[in-house]
Design a protein around this ligand. Structure first.
Ligand code: MG
Ligand code: MG
Length: 258
């Protein structure tokens, strides 16, 4: 069953979402060669908890040990933050963060370049970011979940990059993961019809090489099987009569309308 949210409930989700946006603006200042993902995780947990009532949604979720997922280069998602995982010039770091505030969840991911990255990787970040924007634009009443995936496909087409197929976005609300699933590929007009009040975590993951992934022996970290880098951008988005309402702010965006 898909739980529809009121405008008031979206306001509450946007409060948690704004914390993630603010966290990512702080992170952008801290991500540099020599910093460990363990340090970033501690900063994130303290930052989130410094907001009255806010807690990291991922800590302990299905047993995940971190407050953030920190995935470097070929790591697509679910990288476990570690003190011995130190960033180097030219890496990319995908952070994925959830916040629960007053019983409502928000979820957002962002890929950060570490110093100067290659032109190819720069293009990967740009394409993935544009895929997210296009997917969000499709989140309007009357369209379907398949239109969101189709928008991602159309953006990536011709780039030579590939869409990670086995991981999908999701509904979100009182729980981090709710129905429906939101794949990053799809046929226009297919799948669940979008209705005012749905809130979706839309999250394209795009790789330089193969779309195939595997899970490392830590049982969390998912990597591309060819070891080539992958990017990930995600927003929590409310479907409204007016226009898609982004409830999580971007690392380089202003605060969401509330
Ligand atoms: Mg996420
Ligand atoms: Mg998500």
């Amino acid at each position: 069953m898909i739980e529809l949210k009121t405008a008031r409930e979206m306001d509450l989700m946007a409060r948690g979402g704004a914390i993630i946006g603010a966290l990512y603006r702080e992170m952008a200042q801290r991500i540099e060669p020599g910093v460990s993902t363990g340090e970033l995780d501690r900063f994130a947990e303290d930052f989130i908890r410094s907001h009255d009532g806010a807690v990291p949604a991922f800590k302990g979720l299905y047993g995940f040990p971190g407050s953030i997922c920190a995935s470097v280069n070929e790591e697509v998602v679910h990288g476990i933050p570690r003190d011995d995982r130190t960033l180097a010039e030219g890496d990319i770091l995908s952070l994925d963060t959830g916040v629960v505030l007053d019983g409502w969840c928000s979820d957002s991911a962002w890929t950060f370049p570490v110093g100067e990255v290659s032109e190819r990787v720069e293009a990967l970040l740009d394409t993935t970011r544009r895929a997210l924007d296009a997917a969000i634009a499709a989140a309007v009443p009357g369209k379907h979940v398949g239109d969101i995936g189709h928008a991602v496909e159309e953006t990536v087409r011709g780039s030579g990059f590939s869409i990670i197929r086995d991981l999908v976005g999701h509904g979100i609300g009182r729980k981090v993961h709710e129905e429906p699933q939101v794949p990053n590929r799809g046929r226009p007009g297919s799948g669940t019809k979008l209705k005012e009040g749905m809130v979706l975590a839309i999250e394209p993951m795009i790789a330089v090489g193969t779309w195939r992934i595997r899970t490392l022996s830590d049982r969390w970290t998912m990597v591309t099987t060819d070891g080539k880098p992958s990017a990930h951008y995600e927003h929590t988005v409310g479907v409204t009569a007016d226009s898609p309402r982004i409830l999580t702010t971007a690392a380089d965006a202003t605060a969401p309308a509330s």
